[in-house]
Every structure is written in structure tokens, then in C-alpha cells.
Ligand binder design. Structure first.
Ligand SMILES: NC(=O)c1ccc[n+]([C@@H]2O[C@H](COP(=O)([O-])OP(=O)(O)OC[C@H]3O[C@@H](n4cnc5c(N)ncnc54)[C@H](O)[C@@H]3O)[C@@H](O)[C@H]2O)c1
Length: 356
């Protein structure tokens, strides 16, 4: 079996998760790592088998010509690294959510990948949790009857969490195309964070298959009482004519169905559990193009477009039709339009994250 070489850029939290998962799997070998922070780079090298180190991603990728170019940088760095990955001749680019910080950048990324034919995956890896898989299994089994609604809530702000909420609800809805999105936004504090977004956004999405999506993300989102850890207070589910099923990122799953009654089970998001299958499926896709990775760019882009449309609606008002045909800088639009009023918190413990 071929062993795929990997270069990873960004040796922070997620870069190290990726590095450990790749090196633990004999199908991969991390041959190069990159960070502009020398100490992080040196510390990472010791833990990842002393691959080649560099502070310059372009020259490293050019020299090593990896099969997989992976970058785990903060969301302000996306398009340049996609171009570096494509130019290096990598067969697959693996990168972190969110896809981009504007629809203009997202469209350019899509064009780069399509023009080069490079495979790409985006890290929406929570889906490998047993509790996520159980909810998907129940939805797909037909036990909910006619599914009419999918929904996602998270107390963390949109640049961190909305991408996840959208991807998993789109998965529950078999990645049906969306027709329009509409939203409101509040709170300017996180518009100056590197994970840039409004403090709170709530919106509705209409999918072409008739399913309605409801999203509630950030300071005003509801509590998830079952989950103590603030970042994992996410509830993601589907409702149908005969029941509902939902996953709580840090608190298991539950369902009520016509024939099964009330059911529930454990589960908690765990990087160590979720990363191995996420990377294994990269090898599967590289081995055989028919084995498309479930976190493929095409799937992630659907959620990304919806996120951009929700932002546009919050900034400009009204329903935003999908797919988006032109690019815009939605964060700039939000900076111009989100009112300068204090965001109203649902949880008192959120005050430390939303101090403004
Ligand atoms: N999928 C998930 O569950 C999940 C969880 C947490 C974070 N994330 C996402 O992962 C991404 C990274 O987050 P993180 O927490 O690992 O960030 P981090 O700040 O811990 O790491 C980012 C690293 O990138 C390095 N870097 C910055 N500019 C660089 C450059 N030009 N060249 C090389 N290295 C550079 C930084 O020095 C830093 O070490 C973000 O987009 C975040 O939203 C995803």
C-alpha cells in the first residue's frame, strides 16, 4: 500500500492534532512541518518524528512535493495556502474550517481547486463521534418519517461554530441544495476577533427539498443544560412527522420516534477519537477517487455558502438566494451594519467570552 507524504502548516492546536493522527497511521508520513513561531516548530518536530522544518510554507511544499498539503492556520489565512498547495502538485489539500472569511475568497478557493482538479477536505470531523453517527443513522433510517426541519445551536460565536452546525445539519439533510437564507445579527465584539463574526446570529434556511434549517449561534443562543463545557453546548438535530433526533456535542444523543419511543445514548466530542477516521478517509479517497471523503470540499462549500448568505442577509436585510453567484466581503458588510448595541446574553457564564 502506498504511503502518502504530508506537509503540515501551522503547529498550533489543530496542526498538532493532524500531525499526531497522520503519523499514527501507516498510510501517511509527515515529511515537513511549518510555523512562523520557531519554538512551536521545534517543539512540534520532536513530537512528529523530526520532519523537515521551515518557517516558509511555499519553499517547503515546493521542495518536498507532498501528496497531501495540510494547513491548520487561523481563518485569516486560506487562499494563499490553497494556491501553495495546488502549485506544489499535492493530490489533496486538507484544511481547517471555516472554508474562508468571505464569499469572495471562498469562490476563488473553489475556482482554484476546480481548475487544478486537486481534491480537498475541510475539517468538520465532529461527525465521527458515535453520538453524531447515531443521529445520522436514525435520520437516514426513515424513523423520523418525513423530515421537515433541521436545526443547530451553539453558544460559541459563528466563526468558530456555525460552520460545524451547518455541515452536520446539511449531512442530516443529505446535502440538499439550499434555496435561500435570512438572518439577524447582534453584538460587535467578535467583529474584531481573528475568528471574525458577529457575537450572535440567528437565521432560517430553506432547502430545495422543502426542509427548513434553523440556526442560532453565539451569545444569544439557548443553553444546552446537559453539557457543562461552554464550547460544547451545541444541539444539532432533525425533526420529522414521526419524531426527532438530536446530538449534543458534549452530551450524547436522544431521539423520540413513533415505533422506538424515547431513546438516548452517550457520546462526547473527542479529537483523539474523531481524527483517525478523518485522516484514514483521505487515504481511501486518494487510493480510489470513487471513495469521496465525506468532508470533501464540495460538501463543506454548501455550508460555507449558506453561512455567507446568512451574513449577507444580516447585513443587508431580506432573503438571500442561493447559490451565491458573486463574491462579497460579508465581514466588511457586517462591520458597517451590525448595530452598536450591547449583545444580550442567554448564559451569565458567557460574559467572559462576550465582554463588550
Ligand atoms: N475542526 C475543529 O474541531 C477545530 C477546533 C479548533 C480550531 N479549529 C480551526 O483550526 C484553525 C486553527 O486553529 P488552532 O486553534 O489550531 O490555532 P492556533 O493559533 O493554535 O495555531 C495556528 C498556528 O498557525 C501558525 N501560523 C500563523 N501564520 C502562519 C504562516 N504564515 N505560516 C505558518 N504558520 C503560521 C501560528 O504561529 C500558530 O502556531 C482555525 O481555523 C480554527 O477555526 C477547528
Amino acid at each position: 500500500m502506498k504511503q502518502y507524504t504530508v506537509v503540515i502548516v501551522g503547529m498550533g492546536k489543530r496542526g498538532m492534532h493532524h500531525g499526531a493522527a497522520f503519523n499514527a497511521n501507516p498510510r501517511f508520513k509527515v515529511t515537513g512541518i511549518c510555523d512562523i513561531d520557531q519554538k512551536r516548530l521545534d517543539d512540534a518536530a520532536g513530537k512528529l518524528g523530526n520532519p523537515k522544518k521551515s518557517a516558509d510554507a511555499r519553499s517547503l511544499a515546493k521542495e518536498l512535493k507532498p501528496d497531501i498539503f495540510c494547513f491548520c492556520t487561523l481563518p485569516n489565512l486560506r487562499l494563499d495556502f490553497i494556491k501553495i498547495g495546488v502549485q506544489s502538485g499535492a493530490k489533496l489539500i486538507a484544511f481547517e474550517k471555516p472554508v474562508a472569511m468571505s464569499s469572495a475568497e471562498g469562490l476563488q478557493i473553489k475556482q482554484e481547486l476546480e481548475a487544478s482538479g486537486t481534491k480537498a477536505v475541510v475539517s468538520h470531523q465532529h461527525r465521527y463521534g458515535e453520538h453524531y453517527k447515531k443521529v445520522k443513522e436514525i435520520v437516514a433510517s426513515g424513523a423520523l418519517g418525513h423530515v421537515h426541519t433541521v436545526y443547530g445551536t451553539a453558544t460559541g460565536w459563528a466563526a468558530h461554530m456555525l460552520s460545524h452546525l451547518l455541515d452536520y445539519t446539511c449531512w442530516f439533510n443529505d446535502y440538499a441544495d439550499a434555496e435561500w437564507a435570512m438572518a439577524q445579527a447582534a453584538g460587535r465584539g467578535k467583529l474584531s476577533d481573528l475568528h471574525t463574526s458577529p457575537d450572535y446570529i440567528a437565521g432560517m434556511v430553506h432547502f430545495k427539498n422543502g426542509v427548513r434549517g434553523a440556526y442560532d449561534c453565539g451569545a444569544g443562543a439557548p443553553d444546552v443544560l446537559e453539557v457543562p463545557y461552554w464550547w460544547r453546548k451545541c444541539r444539532i438535530g432533525a425533526q420529522g412527522s414521526e419524531g426527532f433526533a438530536e446530538v449534543m456535542t458534549g452530551g450524547g444523543w436522544r431521539a423520540v420516534t413513533k415505533t422506538g419511543g424515547y431513546q438516548s445514548g452517550p457520546g462526547g466530542m473527542d479529537y483523539n477519537y474523531d481524527m483517525p477516521p478523518y485522516v484514514q478517509q483521505m487515504a481511501d479517497w486518494l487510493d480510489d477517487s470513487k471513495n469521496v471523503h465525506p468532508c470533501c470540499f464540495a460538501n463543506a462549500y454548501k455550508g460555507f455558502e449558506i453561512m455567507s448568505a446568512l451574513y449577507r442577509s444580516a447585513a443587508e436585510g431580506g432573503q438571500v438566494p442561493l447559490p451565491l453567484t458573486t463574491g462579497a466581503d460579508e465581514i466588511a458588510l457586517l462591520k458597517a451594519k451590525v448595530p452598536d448595541k450591547k449583545v444580550l446574553l442567554t448564559l451569565t457564564e458567557s460574559a467572559k467570552e462576550y465582554p463588550s
